[in-house]
Write a new protein. Structure first.
Length: 87
């Protein structure tokens, strides 16, 4: 919702981050084991919250997503909080 980026989830469980001005895919990563069915930003775009058919909800720092787009590495990207029906 910053007006510069678009996030979307896929049936594969991957998440995709695009730059709206150019249409360029900036980053994609395996976020869920099953389909990603919900994506929302919160707290002034500081976090992205995703939910999936795997009954998992993740909270991702948007700054970490942007750092991964610059480095091209996903090893930096970890959710800061995860909720499951298994805990």
């Amino acid at each position: 919702s910053d007006g510069m980026h678009c996030l979307a989830g896929a049936v594969s469980g991957k998440l995709y981050l695009w730059q709206l001005g150019t249409g360029r895919l900036l980053y994609s990563w395996e976020a869920h084991f099953k389909a990603c069915t919900a994506v929302i930003t919160c707290l002034s775009d500081s976090y992205v919250i995703t939910g999936g058919d795997d009954a998992i909800i993740h909270t991702w720092p948007f700054a970490d997503l942007m750092a991964c787009t610059e480095s091209g590495s996903s090893h930096l990207l970890r959710p800061v909080r995860t909720w499951t029906t298994h805990t």
